[in-house]
Design a protein around this ligand. Sequence first.
Ligand code: UDP
Length: 229
Amino acid sequence: MQEIVAQLIADHQAGLNRFIVTANPEIVLAARKDPAYMQVLQTADYVTADGIGIVKGAALLGNPVPERVTGFDLMRTLLQHAGLHHDRVFFLGAKPAVLRQTLAAVRKQYPGVVIAGSHDGYFAPDEAAEVAAQIKAARPAFVFVALGFPKQEMFIHQFRDQTPALWMGVGGSFDVLAGVVQRAPQSWQEHHVEWLYRLLQDPRRLGRMMALPHYLTLILWHKFTNKQN
Ligand code: UDP
């Protein structure tokens, strides 16, 4: 976490354009199925392991990563930095009411952050360019995109060239910041069962969670057959 934060702050101070993906097993499986999405992910400047599945999978395949870096924690750390330096931040995504609560939480918890602009995540595909134009006009240093995958990464890939900022897909993080969804308690996170907490909060996620055993099976298959794909 410290390493990526230091790197991102240095990039931000240098005025670079950056695309950060926080990958979890669902994203990996979606990219395996959809070559266009895979290609977009491969254009990311940084990919972090959001999810214990990625950390364990990387270790099993002999290419370990130091630790889990979730989109939510990374966003919070960058907001902290932005608050201290009065940086401009654009918030894109979530339902209108959730976005309003997210902005209220930012004003309260990170009073130094300059909210350069915001837009909810429910716009038609033909409105995307107009949303991107709003982001450009806002001149943000950080753009947090909470559209869920693969939409958020596809959007960032398509429009990141409009303005040199740090662009990051943050999934359901606005819902957590807004207080609409609770993050798992620290002890659940430490015991690597955050996914179970999310499932208990929202049993409709069960279908999506089946990605985890599928992902694990693939990892073990690769490990024991030593295949590359
Ligand atoms: N979302 C959105 N536009 C869409 C679809 C989803 O803004 O067209 C938002 C949704 O309201 C939620 C987030 O994207 O805030 C996705 O949340 P989810 O929990 O699925 O993401 P995860 O963290 O699991 O990737």
